[in-house]
Write a protein that binds this ligand. Structure first.
Ligand code: IMP
Ligand code: MG
Length: 181
């Protein structure tokens, strides 16, 4: 596979992502079989590709909505605070919500979202995360997890580094010189 310059190595090739997404979709299908009000909430921007692939494989009636949040600055350094930049169009009361996130690093963003959604009284709340970094963090509940990766900065399949590399078909590690000053 042709590797873009600035990338160290491919961690998860496209075929492995596709296989895992299919498995996650099957799990969700059997867990929510018969449920009417299933709502997938994608967290922009990072989750847009994962959400699109996942939801197209879930053969159950469902709806999709988006939320945009910001917890980082333009580069890879955490600024700490989580902010809602764009909220859902409809209330989630009585809906079975699955929050779809691209990646869990410190776990702060997901914990914030879970707290926010629980306060909105959905019928149920679960989380589906494509990749989680292997590192110490506050225990954050992930119900459906794609992959666990080392604690490095990754891009592709929706993930970016300062808006670069988002639409690569694989998930790759960025060269350290790009994110460690
Ligand atoms: P957390 O709050 O530290 O778990 O960070 C979660 C958010 O940080 C994710 O939703 C991403 O937007 C961003 N993020 C963390 N690590 C990476 C990475 O390796 N690549 C791209 N984005 C990342
Ligand atoms: Mg994100």
């Amino acid at each position: 596979m042709e590797l873009a310059p600035d990338l160290e190595r491919v961690l998860i090739p496209p075929e492995a992502i596709a296989r895992r997404v299919e498995e996650l979709a099957s799990e969700i299908e059997s867990d929510y079989a018969g449920e009417r009000e299933l709502l997938f909430v994608g967290v922009l921007k990072g989750a847009f590709i994962f959400l699109a692939d996942l939801t197209r494989r879930v053969r159950l009636p469902h709806t999709v909505d988006f939320m945009a949040i910001s917890s980082y600055g333009k580069a890879s350094v955490s600024s700490g605070a989580v902010r809602i930049l764009m909220d859902l169009r409809e209330p989630v009361v009585n809906k079975h919500v699955i929050l779809v996130e691209d990646i869990v690093d410190s776990g702060r963003t997901l914990a914030y979202l879970q707290e926010t959604f629980n306060g909105r009284r959905p019928a149920s709340l679960r989380t589906c995360v494509l990749v989680r970094k292997e590192r110490e963090r506050a225990d954050v509940g992930i119900d459906y997890l794609g992959f666990t990766i080392p604690d490095v900065w990754v891009v592709g399949y929706g993930l970016d580094l300062a808006e670069r590399f988002r639409t690569l078909p694989y998930i790759a590690e960025v060269k350290r010189s790009l994110y460690q000053k």
